[in-house]
Design a protein around this ligand. Structure first.
Ligand code: NAD
Length: 372
């Protein structure tokens, strides 16, 4: 995704720097334990060898508790490249027709689904039926109904369902959450989330309603939806939303270009957010309480995340998000570790309910009550 890469490069991070950091692990964080890990290693097959799948694979090279061991792809040449680059054996390579056979492969613990949003539902359910743990990219599905079905399928198959909420492991984000929980900001009054980039190629799946499920909200606005919950520590009870479109040819019916939405929380706090595919450099969170504030910009890009509170700069270490995420997911799956902010199917379902409500509110102009 050139546009996404451009977006990230505008944030000051070159792809090369990210790669070097992933390979060396040097940006993993000061607290990284470099001693050999002798616990169980999560053996992962990646489904969808696109731009984000590639980023995850590169970051996983610095993991100590997770390892890339397999691939699922419809493109044989990509499989060959990945095999030679990551040492993946032939027996761990699948395509979209035969990947149910992964059921009888004892060398794969989990499948990480990194395909277009509209495919997640069916693919996650197939992986669950094959008896493997599932990691799914955001948005977990196109709507809450699909989300429920995926959770049910994973529970029935007795496999874990985790979602790639990489910010839930990001040190500066976790520090703001810690300060908020400790009461340093006082009663929380307001959250603002601005998320956007200018999208390029009009023919990409992100602008195809069937594959994307919508537009900017599904792709980038979800960071403000999820962020409004982990920053305030509350789940919304009402939603209002307004959609604006400057290019109805590029952004067809059902594909939102720009949506602004507001949440109301049980405490009386509110959130005001903007999601767009036509403005660059929008990656900002602001949290305001009676006794202090936190602001982060960039707030959800690949990093480095930067920010400050009313008490000073946020100085927590820079990490490669996907490296930390995969090691943490290993502990969650094998050791039952509880992350500070959940990353399971129920967490993702809350975001999907809010997405449903935002689209409904934008369409009707009504305030929509939600119960997460
Ligand atoms: P991409 O287009 O770069 O890659 C998608 C991959 O899916 C490609 O390899 C493509 O060949 C494959 N694919 C399989 N079936 C397909 C079909 N029917 N149509 C089109 N492609 C098909 O997209 P991406 O940026 O890697 O995004 C994939 C998923 O990852 C999305 O759900 C996206 O929201 C998510 N994502 C998450 C983050 C994050 O930071 N957590 C970042 C980027 C993308």
């Amino acid at each position: 995704m050139n546009s996404r890469r451009d977006f990230l490069q505008k944030l000051g991070v070159s792809a090369l720097a990210l790669r070097l950091a992933a390979f060396s692990g040097r940006a993993y964080g000061k607290d990284r334990d470099d001693t050999a890990f002798d616990g169980p290693v999560l053996r992962v097959a990646i489904m969808g060898l696109g731009s984000y799948g590639t980023r995850v694979a590169e970051a996983m090279q610095a993991c100590t508790k997770a390892k890339l061991v397999g691939v699922i792809s419809g493109t044989p040449s990509k499989i060959k490249n990945w095999q030679s680059k990551y040492g993946i054996p032939e027996k761990n390579c699948y395509n979209y027709e035969n990947f149910d056979e992964i059921k009888s492969n004892p060398d794969i613990d989990a499948v990480y689904v990194i395909t277009p949003n509209g495919l997640h539902h069916d693919e996650v359910i197939r992986v669950a039926k094959a008896g493997k743990h599932v990691i799914c990219e955001k948005p977990m599905a196109l709507n809450a109904k699909e989300g429920h079905e995926m959770i049910d399928a994973c529970e029935k198959a007795n496999v874990k369902l985790l979602v790639g909420y990489r910010m839930h492991f990001e040190p500066k984000t976790l520090e703001v959450i810690r300060l908020r929980k400790a009461g340093d900001f006082g009663k929380i009054l307001f959250f603002q989330g601005l998320c956007g980039f200018t999208i390029g190629d009009p023919n990409q799946w992100r602008l195809n309603k069937q594959l994307a499920g919508g537009g900017s909200l599904m792709d980038i606005g979800i960071y403000a939806i999820n962020g409004s919950r982990y920053m305030t520590g509350e789940d919304p009870v009402w939603v209002t939303a307004q959609e604006t479109k400057t290019d109805p040819v590029k952004f067809k019916e059902g594909v939102d270009e720009t949506i602004q939405f507001q949440f109301g929380f049980p405490s009386g706090a509110t959130a005001s957010c903007l999601s767009t595919y036509t403005m660059n450099d929008l990656d900002r969170f602001f949290l305001d309480g009676e006794k202090g504030f936190a602001e982060m910009q960039p707030s959800t890009g690949y990093g480095p995340i930067m920010g400050r509170t009313s008490f000073g700069e946020l100085t927590q270490p820079v990490t490669v998000h996907q490296t930390v995420q995969m090691d943490e997911m290993s502990d969650i799956i094998f050791k039952g570790k509880q992350p500070v902010v959940p990353i399971d199917g129920y967490e993702a379902l809350k975001d999907l309910k809010l997405i449903d409500a935002i689209y409904l509110a934008a369409k009707t102009g009504e305030k929509v009550e939600v119960k997460l």
